[in-house]
Design a protein around this ligand. Sequence first.
Ligand code: PLP
Length: 276
Amino acid sequence: MLPIVYLNGEFVPKASATLHVSDLAILRGFGIFDFFRYVQGKPRFVEDHLNRFFRSADKIGLEMPVSKDELRAVVMELIKRNELDDGGIRFVLTGGYSENGYTPTTPNLIGMAYPFPPLPRELTDNGANILLHEYQRQFPTVKSIDYLEGIRIQPMLKERGADFVLYVDQQGYVRESDRSNYFIVVDGKLITPAADVLEGITRMHLLRLAQQLGLPTEERAIHRDELLAADELIICSSAKAALHARSVDGKLVGDGTAGPITRKLQAAWPAYYLAH
Ligand SMILES: Cc1ncc(COP(=O)(O)O)c(C=O)c1O
């Protein structure tokens, strides 16, 4: 984490950016967050991220203590005060200090900046190994701080040589990864689920980019069997951009390398990204 943190209206050194133990985020995991990158001093897709942050708060009944304009100003101030041009920003809004440990009170708002090292070359070159895992996020469209299952299964992923998981719901539909959305390519068409997933900002912009490039797209549910037979598989997030999957449950996706549609998107992404 970079040295200066925003906490409830003030910019403070990270060592003194502390919350009381009675916060509902600590006691009950009640809170939401958002994360986005800034590159060359400019936050990317910032309006989309701030809008989603406000929507997440609204969906779980937390009142945002600042306006969108104020939050936008905090973003710029965090970038400036931390004196680094490329990084990531995470906002967290918690349930607040709760005497009875259950009733939300005035939320605490935190803004943190991070350095953002590039993804390991091994991952971007070779692609991600994916495991399918049965699980449904509790409130799929809310960017909540609940990553219980994703974190719990990290040792299992490591043991099985996997990088990421894709969550499969009880009906056998593959919704999203623990921290990413995804696309498959079938017969040249990019397909991604739309319902019961986080409204990923990278997903949304990859769809727009695909349309600009004249690539056919479709938003609909994807069954596990269809995913396992797909020509290409891309997982995407603010942290990963568009990353090709090498394998799913040990079976290669295509020949395991980034396919032609993935490469088209990856080639066009940096210019699109820097224009936003
Ligand atoms: C559950 C989940 N889905 C999808 C995403 C990708 O969203 P974005 O592209 O906005 O980073 C994330 C990001 O952390 C996530 O946590």
